[in-house]
Design a protein around this ligand. Structure first.
Ligand code: SF4
Length: 415
């Protein structure tokens, strides 16, 4: 294999870009101008709920719970009300995504208040995707009712595994059977765009064991799955329990690839196809508009502690450490203005995340011939069986998808 370490995310490449393409423009002056004018791009809203009722054994995010949970929804509502009068927020919002943490760690009543505030204060496009991440445990009948009533039409449920012993090891509550029934309930209740998260390359996991999870996935009428190779973060409870043998097993790239390929191939037989490097969708039922709009020139208005977004060229991150929301978010959040080139390259990275890219389009937009920078890489990757090219479009093979983030990282460094 051409790489010895597999990158499981493209965040390093994106971070390098941010540093390279920052502009020395006063962010407050820029924002004042932008926010008092009609939006120049499509907008999505990201709403962050930074807590979970049960911390997973593999999760590296330390959550000291400094926030007053009972009041968090009120902070969010205030934030929505503060944003609402801005001219920038006048046009309809095309997608809303609740992430975390676990957004459904909010009480159903709190969730109801937030969903209501969104509708009261923002124009929401008629077919907007309204998406919520949840665990199976928090997806009670009462919560489902609130979500449906609030117009939620996409769910992403953090299952990770349907095997009871694995769920226990990962710190997920409830049996696999219980989790599957909760997924079914949500679909039956009317949220047909329901997908799950699956972890693979678990310590000692065999293909036979993975097959059981895939069989359960096939038995559910899912719109898609996100599948992630388990990352071990030191200082987590799971890391402290791993034996040397288990670590060696998980570091075996041939085995990891075999599991990856099994997921792609087995589910392809059932009509699943790649939407992103780590996302397979069933008969195109999930487009994940939130992500697509955000990375194809759109803006993302981020609400909540620790939420990150962008308002046109202003990239920002709401501070996570202060127990009350800022009085002036996004103006007082941490952020910077980036060059227009950053947004173009961000879109190119997104295209590569969707496993295909037309380099000539980006050469034209960037006014530099990317093939000059990448020709050696592209030829080598084609020989390695990672890429194929047809009619000017470069596509990742399944092996290319496995190494997709390495490819992105290598190209961004060379451009
Ligand atoms: S649900 Fe997600 S954020 Fe919460 S503890 Fe588990 S992995 Fe971490």
């Amino acid at each position: 294999m051409m790489y010895t370490v597999r990158y499981k995310s493209h965040h390093d490449a994106s971070r390098a870009l941010k540093d390279r393409y920052t502009q020395a423009i006063d962010k407050e002056v820029y924002l004042q101008e932008i926010l008092t004018r009609p939006a120049a791009s499509r907008r999505v809203v990201y709403l962050h709920v930074p807590f979970c009722n049960k911390v997973c054994s593999f999760c590296p995010f330390h959550r000291p719970d400094i926030l007053k949970r009972r009041e968090y929804h009120e902070y969010i509502v205030k934030e929505i009300q503060r944003l609402a009068p801005l001219t920038y927020m006048e046009a309809p919002v095309d997608a809303i995504n609740f992430g975390g943490g676990t957004p459904t760690a909010l009480q159903p009543d709190q969730m109801r208040v937030i969903l209501h505030a969104l509708r009261e204060n923002f124009q929401i496009a008629p077919h907007a995707e309204i998406s919520v991440e949840s665990s199976a445990t928090e997806l009670t009948d009462e919560m489902l009712e609130v979500l449906l009533e609030g117009g939620v039409n996409r769910l992403s449920i953090g299952i990770q595994s349907f095997q009871d012993d694995r769920r226990k090891m990962l710190g997920r509550r409830g049996s696999g059977e219980f989790a599957a029934r909760r997924v079914e309930n949500a679909i039956r209740a009317g949220i047909s765009n329901t997908g799950i998260d699956l972890l693979y390359n678990l310590p000692g996991q065999t293909e036979e064991e993975l097959e059981k999870d895939l069989a359960m996935i096939r038995s559910l009428d899912l719109a898609g799955i996100s599948f992630y190779s388990l990352m071990i973060h030191e200082k987590t409870p799971l890391a402290s329990r791993l034996t040397e043998e288990q670590r060696r097993d998980m570091a075996d790239l041939k085995k990891e690839y075999a599991l990856f390929a099994k997921i792609c191939e087995d589910l392809a037989e059932d009509g699943y196809e790649p939407l992103e490097l780590t996302k397979l969708v069933h008969r195109r039922r999930d487009r994940y508009d939130y992500m697509r709009i955000r990375h194809t020139g759109g803006s993302c208005v981020a609400i909540g502690h620790g939420a990150g977004g962008n308002i046109e060229q202003y990239l920002y991150h709401n501070t996570a450490a202060v127990p009350i929301l800022s009085e002036q978010i996004p103006i007082s959040s941490r952020g910077r203005i980036v060059h227009p080139e950053y947004r173009i390259l961000d879109q190119m990275i997104y295209d590569m995340q969707t496993t295909k890219v037309r380099l000539d389009d980006y050469s034209a937009r960037l006014k530099k011939d990317l093939r000059v920078f990448l020709s050696g890489s592209i030829e080598r990757m084609k020989k390695e069986g990672l890429l194929i090219e047809e009619n000017g479009e470069i596509r990742m093979t399944m092996r290319g998808m496995f190494w997709g983030n390495n490819i992105i990282d290598e190209w961004i460094r060379q451009i």
